[in-house]
Design a protein around this ligand. Structure first.
Ligand code: HPA
Length: 234
């Protein structure tokens, strides 16, 4: 047990999928895993461990935003020795070529700050994904026929941003989408020599104002779970 995770040592698999929403973790575990068992429910942050095609997997909520994700990923890596960590979540589209429902595989993340900021001070560290996971995820998405974009994203600290000029600068510099967790995930994976990737569905679009209808969210989320599982075990 750790401060925020009630699982026993050995209850967490080496491969962990991280949706922001704990109820998404429950849905994904019940839908895709065999013999899924609840391994954490501290503060309602649900985690499940089960089997997918003979491979042991944990699906655990990360919460929203980098401070929350940082708590869980620190403990998953340092206390439970998680080796492959894949965020599955939503993002806001920031470019014309990116449509609602498309998948974005994040190569690199831009941020104003992360919980790791204190280490780097004036240095601009570039948090990046694991190449093998990216390669595998791209081919898995292609095989499923899911329109997929590969490139940089912006990990924001605020959802209700009072600085729209910042979004404009991100779009101007080729950023594909905005979410709130991946930069800290990639930074921690780099620090502890683990594999990480963010597989994101575009749930809303900052340029067009379009948003994914709630009935479509489940199917898009299911595609992401399968892409992440195939990437982890290819
Ligand atoms: N901003 C930040 N995070 C998000 C968004 C957004 O527009 N959409 C989904 N996650």
């Amino acid at each position: 047990m750790t401060v925020h995770i009630g699982a026993k040592l050995g209850d967490i698999a080496e491969t962990v999928l991280l949706p922001g929403d704990p109820y998404r973790a429950k849905w994904a575990a019940e839908t895709f895993l065999e013999d899924a068992k609840l391994v954490n429910e501290v503060r309602g942050m649900l985690g499940f461990t089960g089997m997918w095609k003979g491979n042991r997997v944990t699906i655990h909520g990360s919460g929203m935003g980098m401070p929350s994700l940082s708590i869980y990923v620190n403990e998953l890596i340092k206390d439970y020795d998680a080796k492959t960590l894949i965020r599955i979540g939503s993002c806001g589209g920031m470019r014309d070529k990116v449509a609602v429902r498309d998948v974005i595989l994040a190569t690199a993340t831009t941020t104003l700050s992360t919980p790791s900021r204190g280490i780097f001070k004036e240095l601009q560290f570039a948090p990046t994904c694991d190449w093998d996971l990216l390669h595998n995820a791209f081919h898995a998405a292609e095989a499923k026929g899911v329109p997929t974009h590969v490139g940089g994203i912006y990990s924001a600290d605020v959802f209700y941003d009072e600085r729209p000029d910042l979004n404009e600068q991100m779009t101007r510099h080729g950023i594909l989408g905005v979410e709130m967790e991946a930069a800290e995930l990639y930074t921690l994976a780099a620090r502890y020599n683990r594999r990480a990737l963010a597989v994101l569905t575009v749930s809303d679009h900052l340029l067009t104002g379009e948003a994914l209808p709630s009935e479509d969210r489940e199917r898009s989320f299911g595609d992401m779970v399968e892409i992440a599982l195939e990437a982890a075990f290819a």
